[in-house]
Design a protein around this ligand. Sequence first.
Ligand SMILES: [Zn+2]
Length: 425
Amino acid sequence: MKEENKIKIEKALDSLLDNISENMFDCQKFGYYSPFLKFISYKSNKIHRQSRQCIYPTCTKRTIKKSHSIPKSASLNIISENGHVLKPDVDEYGKELKVKINSVGINNASVFPGFCEEHEKLFSIYENDAKIDTYKKVLLQSYRAICREIVVRKNESFVLNQQYREYEKVVERESLKYVSGLLKNHIELDKIKGIKINGGDKLLLSFEKMIKYINKSLVLLEEYSDTIISEITNDTKSSDIIFSALTIDYILPIALCGFANSELQINGSHTEFLLIMNIVPTNKETYIVCATNKKNKKIFDEYIKFHYQHHLSILNMVESFMIFGSDHWFIRPSKWHTLPDDRKEILLADILQSKESFLEMYPLSIFDEARKTFIDIFLRNTKDRKLTNIEKDFISREKTKLSGAYHRRIMGEDELIQTLYKHIE
Ligand SMILES: [Zn+2]
């Protein structure tokens, strides 16, 4: 190639990079790329239904299509009405990006393609009574929750990579058009076959960040699952994962099996607190199992100590985790339907729009009946003494949650997408 052509090409490419970094192309405008982001939200909320390889280490068999992550007959059935429960989901068919509550039959609630027929049997020891009352059952239920999270994240990563490649093609097509325009009178165009973009575009960078983030959490989750499964199979207790299991003598009308993390600054250093939570109601009581890795022991101990004080603090922990932590939960239909409409609307909007962590308290009540009962229990247990000012404030706040006197702005779609993918702008 002639030296003078080389210089022209270099100049054109410099100009292209300037344009990309200044978001000058049409495809870099929010209106163009927001459907790509919406699609991720739609897709990544759905667990693929196809059978895949069993997640149990070294097993090569295909999975059954529907492994429950929450015991069906003894737990989901307890909170179901006419065989159905409600669960929040991104509205796949809606024009606007939002979460709605869907009715789901208990045969399909909490299912994911996780285990082959043989390894599905691992969980049969508590499938009939859902009693998570031994260390082994605590391990198994946590293992099941982690495996579901791994499958969900792998699917999410698949969708993201797909969208990355789609959008990359669009940027490269625009880039080629632009450079061709600049050079059309100077060199033979057929010599430029295509342009490969590495970084520079804000959305591609953002996709890369998201993929990196998911892969990082997959590494952590796989470490958890390896540790737990080696404990299960070797019958040895390791100290890498710590658990806390609690039974309350009340049937909470919710089943949850999820994972969340929260970024914290402790003494100036950055820490990620990962928490796996399982809430399993039975016909007499509710089991709550929390797990984390030993690195988080100090925060975990404080979290547990604070929330296990009494029924009301447990309820606060559950409600906060449902909105700020994991949306993988199921609720008894009549309990949901009796909530006031404006409160339901805020609850669902907050699942997508909230920036708070599950360590913070959720300001609205989801379980009014349980809350009223627990306030009564609290007042009964303290009736022989004067309440401290802190306790008085606490009870008054709990009562306020019932009235739902809380105003929260519901974001429009553009703002919501920008909030969800905040590192783009
Ligand atoms: Zn298997």
